[in-house]
Write a protein of this length. Structure first.
Length: 100
């Protein structure tokens, strides 16, 4: 946690982690430019959306490779669950808030 705080401080970011009023699930889409390594999580996202369609659960998908590092970190700090495959995007997980 101290390393996370150190990174945020050195990037000039404020830890915006808060208690969630509404759970937020973020799916990382198109994890790779290679078709062999690109895992499609859309069926998982649809299953989750159908399960929680009447409940207050925010479900989003983002193409992390097209986002700046700052935007990726701010997104991670705002979510309850980050769904991604093993690889570079998992480094963003260290910026998830406590309890995520």
């Amino acid at each position: 946690w101290r390393f996370r705080s150190y990174c945020l401080y050195n990037m000039g970011l404020v830890d915006q982690s808060t208690i969630w009023e509404q759970p937020k699930v973020v799916f990382s889409v198109s994890s790779s430019n290679s078709q062999l390594d690109n895992f499609d999580l859309s069926q998982h996202q649809r299953a989750l959306q159908s399960r929680f369609h009447e409940q207050k659960v925010q479900i989003e998908s983002h193409l992390l490779q097209d986002m700046s590092l700052t935007d990726q970190i701010e997104l991670a700090m705002s979510c309850t669950i980050l769904v991604t495959v093993c690889g570079g995007a998992t480094a963003t997980a260290m910026f998830l808030p406590h309890g995520a």
